[in-house]
Design a protein around this ligand. Structure first.
Ligand code: SAM
Length: 250
């Protein structure tokens, strides 16, 4: 059961404090913590703000936390299923040592709530963190990296070895700091549609773009040199240019 929920707990308070300190949390700031577990990060967040909601799927852990932190608002449930609309009255910040299974869907949920999201620190698998910050001409460059980079400034603060957790996971992890950009890198009328477009272009990433586009799209793009390249070779700006040609002028 624990394994299923990715329960790898931090045991070092110094490390937990260092992670919470990676983002600015001021008194009164509204923070969501996903998977507080035994509360090692929770304790340091509460020192900065009492306006914290912790969402924990494990009933037993949630019960223990309620006893440990009497004032803490704990929601017992699955973060991915919780409707944040009812929870978010204002901007929110996020802290989490995330279970690996829900890392990518959590990032997509942050993307969905990008209007009210401000900044966050998440501990995720190193491989995923590197994928998310990667740029063009890398095998790790993906639709998720592109989409998130348009709206968020993201940096890997440091890597963590399996020994930082109890029990230790099989792979290395990274602390990733995510801040909403004041202005997105580019304006997109329909970011969700852009994401579907990217998913299609990267679906067969080894193929040239012209092989991943429809006949109609190719007609529109007839004079565009970019279609001779592979999706992973194009910058965010070039990919959005292609998208615009197809969807916003076609
Ligand atoms: N924050 C604690 C720490 O750093 O020691 C625990 C981190 S542990 C990697 C992940 C935590 O997320 C566990 O407590 C687990 O029960 C909880 N969890 C797993 N899936 C979840 C979900 N879908 N929604 C909310 N909590 C979840």
């Amino acid at each position: 059961m624990g394994r299923h929920w990715g329960q790898h707990f931090f045991w070092n308070k110094g490390l937990a404090e260092k992670i919470v300190n990676l983002i600015e949390i001021k008194k009164g700031d509204f923070v969501i913590e996903i998977g507080p577990g035994k509360g090692i990060l929770t304790e340091f967040i509460l020192k900065k703000t009492e306006n914290l909601v912790a969402i924990e799927i494990d009933k037993k852990l949630a019960g223990e936390l309620k006893k440990k932190f009497e004032k803490l608002k704990i929601i017992e449930g699955d973060f991915l299923k919780i409707d944040l609309d009812s929870l978010l009255k204002k901007d929110f910040k996020l802290v989490s040592n995330l279970p690996y299974k829900i890392s990518s869907p959590t990032l997509l949920k942050i993307f969905k709530y990008r209007e009210t999201f401000r900044e966050g620190v998440i501990v995720i698998q190193k491989e995923l963190a590197e994928r998310i910050v990667s740029k063009e001409n890398s095998k790790k460059y993906s639709p998720l990296s592109i989409l998130l980079q348009i709206f968020f400034d993201m940096k890997i603060a440091f890597h963590l070895s399996p020994g930082s957790f109890n029990p230790p996971p099989l792979v290395d992890s990274s602390a990733l700091v995510i801040k909403k950009r004041e202005k997105p890198l580019l304006k997109l009328k329909n970011p969700e549609q852009f994401k579907s477009f990217l998913d299609r272009l990267f679906n067969q990433r080894r193929k040239k773009l012209k092989n991943n586009l429809t006949v109609e799209e190719l007609k529109i793009l007839k004079e565009n040199d970019l279609i001779e390249k592979r999706a992973e070779q194009l910058s965010i700006y070039q990919l959005s240019e292609l998208y615009r040609c197809v969807y916003e002028t076609g």
